[in-house]
Design a protein around this ligand. Structure first.
Ligand code: G4P
Length: 529
């Protein structure tokens, strides 16, 4: 690839994820986005149960059974002049660690809000995470085919609760039974809604200008006058879109529509192609790496097994930060200091895994992992870099795990270490006994681990309760003090899956007292990979 076409390719990339509270419509909008990207031909397949069409983002057996998205998937497709990489994040309350790490691999986010409910709990948490890296946010207010709350009030709520300014780009005309369409504030154009056409790309009718006589077909005189008044108020009272504030994560453009009705989704995609940033720089411990660097670099944010029953392997998802990946190239696996040749990376074009011949900064590629790759690993074209900001979170739930058949201890340990390297669960081995304690952020992780231990490692494990309620990674600059600490509280110390020292506390009170007693020891709630 020539230098200029490389830069053009990078500039085309839009890598984003959708964040929302469960049930706000993330799956539905994902499907409609794929429809617009021609990645699927008709909607109704992503969640359609009981058929082979299942696939796309619903991979694991567990997902099918529970109807939730356990795994994170990646889909690439063209939209107008852009190439979109959409990273799916689990919407369920559980598995939030995966979601957090996925958000380190995107350059912007689509926030979906249920118009009937407004800002909900998980949206708040996810927004906090996007703030860690000032990720630009585009907002979609969904379910306009139902009665929603007053749009102005919704924007106020977003502004107050999420601390981000709203700049409406479209504005709804009615909702529920009376939903007529949206007015595009920038284009001075009304797009008319027709119900019942959500499974395909609609031929929409637009009417240019608020004085257009065609409007008489859909609104009577009083309704039209009310709409004009309302829009005047909206334009007077709300923020104008500002690219710089948007890129700084301080202002979000807001769109209205219905994902189910596939209405307004194209406006959102237009927003992404026009305004969302091309691949952004990432920091390493050594320097900042920009996407236009011709030398390849990337980091692993997710490892996943059994994505597709036909390919029983583990895939490490790597975000390319700079340069180009080409088939057969050599790259340095920095943590283990080895140079390896990668001939069979996969891309995620249109939802199917295909062999990648070339991929550039902003893209996600999948590396086949035979146990040497961990979350957070950096790959480069020779330089010793280490990308920062890919966190582990201190678990909040703990259980002791035990075998039904004691002869398989070795397989159990191997399975647990590998699952912890993938980030599926965290493993703690107390210094003073032979227990194996697993820690999770969400309770469903425990079920996944037992199911995977059985299917992938052929071990039958069960849980028992354990007297641990919280954990902190512990460090100290002062080796002597750390030594002393280690001797005094060894009953409460464990090594995690990566052999890092951890304090496992039976109660919060115990943790607080220990922290007070050992002021030279740092207790951390997160650990960087
Ligand atoms: P999630 O991934 O964020 O959890 O939400 P999902 O898309 O699964 O949507 C949750 C529910 O909301 C689904 O209904 C879905 O059909 C519905 N929904 C999504 N967008 C809209 C919309 O624009 N208008 C209306 N009226 N409903 C919408 P469900 O009954 O829970 O599931 P299903 O049986 O329809 O799949």
């Amino acid at each position: 690839m020539s230098a200029s076409s490389f830069l053009q390719e990078v500039a085309k990339r839009r890598t984003f994820a959708i964040i929302s509270h469960p049930d706000a419509g993330k799956t539905t909008i994902t499907e409609k986005v794929l429809l617009h990207g021609h990645a699927i031909q008709s909607a109704g397949t992503v969640k359609g149960r009981g058929s082979n069409q299942h696939a796309k983002s619903d991979w694991m057996e567990m997902e099918k059974e529970r109807g939730i998205s356990v795994t994170t998937s990646v889909m690439q497709f063209p939209y107008h002049d852009c190439l979109i990489n959409l990273l799916d994040t689990p919407g369920h309350e559980d598995f939030s660690e995966d979601t957090y790490r996925t958000l380190t691999a995107v350059d912007s986010c689509l926030m979906v809000i249920d118009g009937g409910k407004g800002v909900e709990d998980r949206t708040r948490k996810l927004m906090e995470v996007t703030r860690l890296r000032t990720t630009p946010i585009i907002t979609f207010i969904n379910k306009l085919d139902r009665d929603i709350r007053d749009p102005m009030e919704l924007l106020d709520e977003v502004e107050d609760e999420l601390n981000i300014m709203c700049a409406p780009i479209t504005w709804p005309i009615g909702s529920g039974k009376w939903f007529k369409g949206v007015y595009h504030l920038k284009n001075d154009e009304i797009t008319l809604y027709q119900p019942g056409l959500g499974h395909t790309i609609q031929e929409v009718r637009t009417i240019k200008g608020l004085d257009n006589p065609e409007l008489a077909e859909i609104l009577d005189e009083k309704e039209l006058a009310d709409l004009r008044d309302e829009l005047e108020l909206v334009m007077g009272a709300s923020n104008e879109f500002d690219q710089e504030l948007f890129l700084a994560g301080e202002l979000t453009p807001v769109y209205f529509g219905t994902a189910l009705g596939n209405f307004g989704v194209d406006h959102v995609l237009d927003g992404f192609s026009q305004w969302a940033p091309a691949p952004q720089p990432r920091t390493t411990h050594e320097r900042e790496v920009v996407a236009s660097d011709e030398k390849f670099s990337g980091f692993v944010f997710k490892i996943q097994a059994n994505m597709d029953p036909r390919h029983r392997d583990r895939i490490a998802f790597m975000r390319i930060v700079s340069g180009t990946y080409s088939q057969g190239m050599k790259m340095k696996h920095v943590r283990i200091g080895k140079t390896i040749s990668i001939s069979d990376a996969v891309t995620f074009m249109a939802g199917d895994r295909e062999r990648a011949e070339e991929a550039v900064a902003g893209d996600i590629i999948g590396l086949h992992n035979h146990g040497t790759i961990q979350i957070g690993d950096t790959f480069t074209q020779g330089e010793d870099l280490k990308f920062s900001g890919i966190p582990n979170f201190a678990p909040e739930l703990f259980r002791r795990i035990r075998l039904r058949d004691p002869l398989k201890q070795k397989q159990l340990l191997k399975g647990l270490v590998q699952l912890s390297e993938e980030g599926a669960v965290q493993l703690f081995r107390p210094l003073e006994n032979n227990d194996l304690i697993v820690g999770a952020v969400g309770v469903l992780q425990f079920d996944v681990v037992v199911a995977r231990l059985k299917s992938e490692y052929n071990v039958d494990a069960i849980y028992e309760s354990v007297n641990v309620s919280t954990a902190r990674w512990v460090y100290s600059e002062d080796a002597k003090k750390l030594d002393d600490f280690q001797r005094k509280v060894s009953l409460n110390l464990a090594l995690d899956g990566g052999d890092n020292l951890t304090y496992i506390a039976p109660t919060m009170v115990n943790l607080n007292l220990t922290q007070e007693r050992y002021p030279d020891i740092e207790f951390s709630k997160t650990r960087e990979h």
